[in-house]
Design a protein. Structure first.
Length: 352
């Protein structure tokens, strides 16, 4: 894509960090619920298919690996204990779900009206199989957003099937008055027409090769509904005797209680996270944070959570930090490691 012609098709926090200072940034980051996804039904308990924190971030506790979109393209398999990269593959772009020894991932579908899924070996990253799911004319299954719109995807594995839900925004519309190139988005149509298309497909996981088992009808709408985040705020507290907001982990096994605190000195931490086991109510540890909450999962005594892209002003300089996955020891509250990951949201650059 011609980078000089890319710019956001919709506003979003954090898209122009070089032009902002610390206080405006914190005013956005620390808004209650600013980084939270919409509430949705509680995710299942522990699963061999892994826990999806966000699009492009899959944690597989059974394998001891986190699968991340690489910031430069492709997928990284990151060791949960050390943060080291076990392997990197350029055969796919976005990890979706784990099925036994296969990682189901989305690959870029360039120039075709189809969603390209690839099965990678979880141990080596080698490509083992692939399948294409037909999409309506004008829908581009991009792994990351473009100026023309976005393609969101969620894969939910149950038994021997994988339900793949997708939603494309900006369908049939021109981004900012500029017609995108053929492989950069959707074609234009009349004003007032539905600009969101959604659908799903069922993938048969019982066989050694990927196969489309069922393709439900495509639906057109004016508003997007599919969330990228696994965050859910509990309407009924799971942990008694606390006053903070309670957030459910991506696998439904833990609860994070978040409370605002007074920052001291040069600290930017404005919240205190207290993590509990959901079933027993056992308190596992406390972690300070700049933001109210982010998608997370707990494996053993380690908290794994996403860190939004942010910037701080220090000694007159603006220091930017990219989107990443972070591991924290809940016994000590100390960071074990952090790994930069790729984002699905489009952040520019902006036109002159």
């Amino acid at each position: 894509m011609n980078q000089s012609k890319r710019w956001p098709s919709r506003p979003g926090w954090g898209r122009s960090f070089p032009a902002i200072a610390l206080l405006p940034l914190l005013a956005i980051l620390l808004l209650p619920g600013a980084v939270l996804g919409q509430s949705r039904p509680a995710p299942p308990a522990v699963s061999d298919h892994g826990a999806v924190l966000l699009e492009g971030v899959v944690i597989a506790p059974r394998l001891g690996v986190a699968y991340l979109m690489h910031s430069g393209g492709g997928i990284d398999a990151v060791d949960l204990a050390s943060g080291a990269v076990r392997w990197r593959s350029d055969k796919a772009s976005k990890p979706l779900a784990v099925d036994g020894d296969r990682l189901i991932a989305q690959a870029e579908s360039r120039g075709a009206n189809s969603l390209h899924l690839v099965a990678l070996d979880t141990r080596s990253g080698a490509s083992r199989d692939s399948v294409r799911i037909p999409l309506p004319a004008g829908v581009a299954a991009t792994a990351t957003d473009t100026a023309a719109g976005s393609f969101r995807i969620r894969a939910e594995a149950t038994g021997s099937e994988l339900a793949v839900h997708w939603e494309a925004t900006g369908v049939g519309q021109v981004a900012q008055g500029i017609l995108p190139a053929e492989n950069e988005g959707q074609a234009p149509s009349l004003d007032g027409a539905p600009s969101v298309a959604s659908g799903a497909a069922i993938i048969d996981l019982a066989s050694s090769s990927l196969r489309v088992k069922e393709e439900p009808a495509v639906r057109l709408a004016h508003t997007a509904t599919l969330s990228r985040s696994a965050m859910q705020e509990l309407s009924e507290p799971a942990v008694k005797g606390t006053t903070g907001r309670q957030m459910l982990s991506a696998d439904g096994r833990h609860v994070l209680v978040t409370e605002p605190i007074e920052s001291t000195g040069a600290s930017l931490d404005r919240y205190r996270w207290t993590v509990y086991e959901r079933a027993s109510g056992t308190r596992l540890g406390v972690v300070p944070s700049m933001v109210s909450a982010t998608p997370f999962v707990v494996v053993g005594r380690t908290l794994y959570h996403t860190v939004p892209a942010h910037a701080i002003s220090r000694d007159g300089k603006l220091i930017e930090s990219p989107f990443s996955l972070r591991a924290v020891d809940l016994k000590t509250g100390a960071q074990a490691w952090t790994k930069v990951a790729g984002e699905t949201e489009f952040r520019g650059p902006f036109p002159p």
